[in-house]
Design a protein around this ligand. Sequence first.
Ligand SMILES: [Mg+2]
Length: 467
Amino acid sequence: MTERSEHSSMYQDRGLKIRTLHVRDIRFPTSLELHGSDAMHVDCDYSCAYVTVYTEGDVEGHGLTFTIGRGNEIVVAAVKSLSPLVVGQDAGQIFNDFAGFWRKLTNDSQLRWVGPEKGVIHLATAAIINALWDLWAKLQQKPLWKLLVDMEPEQLVSTIDFRYISDAVTKQEAIAMLKAMQEGKEEREERMIRIGYPAYTTQAGWLGYSNEQVKALCSKYLAKGFTAFKVKVGQNLEDDLCRCAMVREIIGWDNKLMVDANQVWDTEQAIEWMKQLAEFKPLWIEEPTFPDDVLGHATISKALKPLGIGVATGEMCCNRVMFKQFLQAGAMQYCQIDSCRIGGVNEVLSVYFMAKKLGVPVCPHAGGVGLCEMVQHLQIFDYICLTGTTEGRMIEFADQQHEHFENSIHVLHAHYIAPKMPGYSTALKAESAEAYEYPNGSKWEEMFAKGLFPDPRKQNVFVCQAN
Ligand SMILES: [Mg+2]
């Protein structure tokens, strides 16, 4: 019996049943200081639907999906609709056939009508799937990246549902990619623990920040060793020209500048606008137009290529099929996977394999609640097991809400140091979850009393209470 099958049967023998699944609506009042603001999303309250999976043992799994405030209650409701498919299941059996379970969760014969595999129902899937991976990693007493790294190629690939993408990458090809990178894994792992994975910062460039704030933050992050900076653009061309000039003046021309329009433009408008900003040599324009417009992104990519500007997108790319099309059509030069926009770790892994095959670097989207915590695990896996390089790749970093996590990120000299604690780094501190639960948490009660936000319980607004 191989070591792997011993582990597998150990789970089955334990009969570790999932006893219950709990979901909470957690919101942080970030709109008060315009953190997270961009050309499209002007008043974000960084939020998450926060799932806890309780087993009959003493280990719990935590997972979440990120939203920006209103609508979080709808994701919470969708998690509740999915939970009967999870509660009562044997965790070991789920992990033994994770692709099969994932298909069951995403393809319930009635629930799939409100997707399929997109939108609110898929965000809810991500929160649940992420909680199950956190549980698995904790049972193995490993950080998630290490759980992935230590799996045999066949076992890792067995967690992925290849339906709809086998014309882009097959299971056999994915296994072969992992096998081809076995050599040097230990050195790469050691590098991730010692030096970490390169990061870039978005924190200096939120659109609602004043010029003074932007300048001060650019200087602050330069001093911390950051060499890549992203600013939000797209509301006003004159302002963008001024802001890019100001940022270039502070960071110089050897460092990288990226710009992000958060979907505000039409295709032609994106091309014209970016021609104006080309003098500032941005590495990429992120989300220039509507996130489903594959051919529009391809047109923009083609037009901006001679200017040395790539197109980056993916944070709102709704599933692996859309990623496949973007990658196949030459519509993204930087693939920005998100840990909870698509259906959790299983589906994100499938995108990594397609990106590797089509030669597109992955630069994960992060910055929202828990996103930095999660994507570091995925990107570290990519480096150790799949691509073996950080060339042209970075993880987004924003310095927000980390204080609410039990095992928060450790960024040193602009690098994410590989986490050591078991799990997916998704557990919120109990006191934070209590205080920021919407609308009944103590912090929200205080803010309603001060008149900072309207109390939804006094309006005729749908509130999804915790179960
Ligand atoms: Mg973005």
